[in-house]
Design a binder for this molecule. Structure first.
Ligand code: ACO
Length: 325
């Protein structure tokens, strides 16, 4: 097939910061507990009138600018999100309108926190098979709109933001490996029970707060450590590399302890691991592309580096991709 490269990256986060101290005033928690158990110190929250598409659009425009590719040249827009502006039209269609990508097809893709990695794989496949040339992949969330700010087990974890990449057909082969997986039997561990066709929103389920995120934290924790290790190993193997060849590691930013355990098992040295969860918390599908955007902006990724990105989340889902920068 054809080769795929990342032509541009961009990200956007809300201005408003919600610190651990702020959360102390909302739920029975402490800055110390949150910092020790998760590594998170603050997260961003969208203002009213700033839906998911707002951040997705800015991230997309920045990625386009870096790529030198015009919006009119984009063939497809994929938005990974669990917090679309509406059930329909898709957030991808809203972004398409906002950026003026007139000839682009557009759809949302739902793989929870793995949404960006799933999106990258779909885009890569379209380009490798010569169906499309330029694809915009976005991970974008406003989790603050579905988090229960009365539930201390979850509200401390999540934040809002968006990241985007422009993938393009190229001489250079950048996408070396992809690994995706799912285990629907674990779906109950992390879900938003009401608001879909199973439980349309009613007064009763609002009273029971079922339109908010529910999570079995410890089970998800164990799953996450295991699967980060497994999917990383598969990507490295598929690319014909070894762990020592990984120059830069971008894990999903859910919890510092999950990342540290996984990294230890993978024997990847900590200075190669990018962390920004202290500032943003877990932004679900947006975590990995925002981290990538920041790392590129800071000049931390060098030409030729092997960059491994790994995600996991609700579904359950997981996935990784290995990029030769
Ligand atoms: N402040 C203070 N105390 C708290 C808080 C809080 N915010 N939250 C929970 N506690 C309490 C619990 O009630 C419990 O008290 P108890 O012992 O009296 O019952 C105690 O702290 C310990 O709770 P645990 O759940 O055992 O704490 P744990 O160390 O497992 O940390 C956490 C909880 C942070 C949620 C952790 O399990 C975790 O990170 N899990 C993975 C979550 C995750 O990654 N989710 C998203 C993945 S996919 C996606 O991104 C959508």
């Amino acid at each position: 097939g054809y080769n795929v490269k990342i032509a541009g990256v961009g990200y956007s986060v809300p201005e408003k910061i919600l610190t651990n101290k702020d959360l102390e005033k909302i739920v029975d928690t402490s800055d110390e507990w949150i910092t020790q158990r998760t590594g998170i110190q603050e997260r961003r929250v969208a203002a009213k009138g700033e839906p998911t598409s707002f951040f997705a659009t800015i991230a997309a425009q920045k990625a386009l600018e870096m790529s030198g590719i015009q919006a009119e040249e984009i063939d497809l827009i994929i938005v990974g999100t669990v917090t679309p502006d509406m059930a329909f039209p898709s957030t991808a269609c809203i972004v398409q309108k906002n950026i003026g990508a007139k000839k682009a097809a557009a759809f949302d893709l739902e793989a929870a926190c793995t949404g960006f990695i799933y999106g990258m794989s779909v885009a890569t496949s379209f380009i490798e098979n010569n169906i499309y040339k330029n694809v915009l992949v976005i991970g974008a969330e406003t989790l603050s709109t579905i988090v229960d700010y009365e539930d201390r087990n979850t509200c401390i974890l999540f934040g809002d933001g968006a990241g985007a990449v422009v993938l393009t057909k190229s001489e250079e082969k950048q996408v070396l490996a992809i690994d995706l997986g799912a285990d629907g039997t674990g779906g109950d561990l992390l879900s938003r029970p009401a608001g879909g066709s199973l439980n349309p929103i009613t007064e009763e389920n609002i009273k029971n707060r079922e339109h908010f995120v529910k999570m079995a934290g410890q089970e998800v924790f164990k799953f996450a450590v295991n699967i980060m290790n497994e999917t990383s190993k598969k990507c490295i193997e598929k690319a014909g590399l070894t762990n020592e060849n990984i120059d830069f590691f971008i894990p999903h930013q859910a919890n510092i302890r999950i990342i540290e355990s996984a990294v230890k098992r993978l024997k990847i040295s900590p200075e190669k691991v990018y962390i920004n969860l202290d500032k943003y918390g877990n932004m679900s599908a947006a975590s990995i592309p925002v981290a990538l955007g920041e790392a590129v902006e800071k000049g931390l990724i060098k030409k030729g580096d092997n960059v491994l990105m790994v995600g996991f989340g609700g579904g359950l889902t997981w996935g990784g991709t290995l990029i030769k920068w």
